[in-house]
Design a binder for this molecule. Structure first.
Ligand code: FES
Length: 119
C-alpha cells in the first residue's frame, strides 16, 4: 500500500522535509532530482535527523555528528561531536554510549505527477 506524503514541489533539492507515515517519522529529500526517504530518527539516541545539516547527499545529526547517506541510509560517520563542537577521538567511544554505528531504515518512494508517495 502506498501513501501520498507530499507534493513534488515540497521536496526541494538540498533540503529535508519531515513527514509521518502511519506511526513512522520519515525524512524526504531530493538528490540530483530524485526523491529519497529515510527514517527521521538517529540510531544513536533517537533524535530527529530532519534538524540536521545536509551536504551533498549526506545528513549530519546536529547532536553528536553521526552522518548518513540519504540515498542509501548507510552510516557515513559515527559520533564525534557535541552540538557541532568537535570532540577528541579518545572521547568518541564514551560518546557512543555502547551503541555501534548503524544505518537508517529506507523507504521506497514513488513520484508521479505532483504526488510523492511512500510504500
Ligand atoms: S542523537 Fe544523533 S548523533 Fe547522537
Amino acid at each position: 500500500m502506498t501513501t501520498i506524503v507530499a507534493t513534488a514541489s515540497q521536496v526541494k533539492e538540498g533540503e529535508l522535509l519531515a513527514v509521518k507515515v502511519e506511526n513512522q517519522k520519515v525524512i524526504l529529500s531530493r538528490i540530483d532530482g530524485k526523491v529519497y526517504a529515510v527514517e527521521n530518527k538517529c540510531p544513536h539516541l533517537g533524535m530527529p535527523l530532519a534538524k540536521g545539516k545536509v551536504c551533498d547527499r549526506v545528513v549530519t545529526c546536529r547532536w553528536h555528528g553521526a552522518s548518513f547517506d540519504l540515498t542509501t541510509g548507510e552510516n557515513v560517520k559515527w559520533v564525534d561531536s557535541f552540538v557541532g563542537i568537535p570532540l577528541p577521538e579518545w572521547s568518541h567511544q564514551a560518546l557512543s554510549i555502547g551503541k555501534s554505528a548503524q544505518g537508517l531504515k529506507t523507504f521506497a518512494v514513488t513520484e508521479q505527477g505532483d504526488e510523492v508517495s511512500i510504500g
